[in-house]
Design a protein around this ligand. Structure first.
Ligand code: ZN
Length: 151
């Protein structure tokens, strides 16, 4: 059965459900920090903790070595990074990024393995997305300006 919780819907409702799911996935994909570097794989919503978790993967075919700047497509391994992103409608948002490590293909380079760079998403060792870090800095600076202004 296609929809076991609701019974098997009529064909016109199946189309309606498919369209709703497609719109939801497209919306979430559009809200990612980078549509060109990330692809949404799955997501989960915890309404009690008000937390939204999105599993994303990189769609880049290669990555550039941070030392010699050569592009490499030789994947060494995969690992998982957890990044805080901007909250959405009072829900905390976490990106669970399936990241990769690459071999540097330049024999003259001192770096053998490097982590994938996603400059539109996050810094190499950051625990937040760039846009979330920028927002926090802007809030901090605004609070500082308010504090310094004489009343
Ligand atoms: Zn290199």
């Amino acid at each position: 059965m296609l929809f076991p919780d609701f019974g098997d819907p009529a064909p016109e409702l199946r189309c309606h459900f498919s369209l709703r799911i497609k719109i939801g996935v497209e919306l979430l994909q559009h809200l990612l920090p980078s549509q060109s570097q990330l692809r949404l794989e799955t997501g989960s919503l915890d309404t009690v903790r008000k937390h939204f978790s999105l599993v994303v993967t990189s769609v880049q075919t290669n990555s550039h070595c941070p030392i010699c700047q050569n592009a490499s497509h030789r994947i060494h391994s995969r690992y998982q990074r957890t990044l805080e992103d901007l909250p959405c409608s009072n829900y905390a948002v976490t990106l669970v990024l399936q990241a990769r490590k690459f071999f540097c293909i330049n024999p003259a380079c001192q770096r053998r393995i490097f982590t994938e760079r996603l400059p539109q998403v996050t810094e190499p060792w950051a625990r937040r997305t760039c846009r979330f870090a920028e927002r926090l800095i802007a809030i901090g600076l605004a609070l500082l300006r308010c504090r310094r202004q004489p009343s």
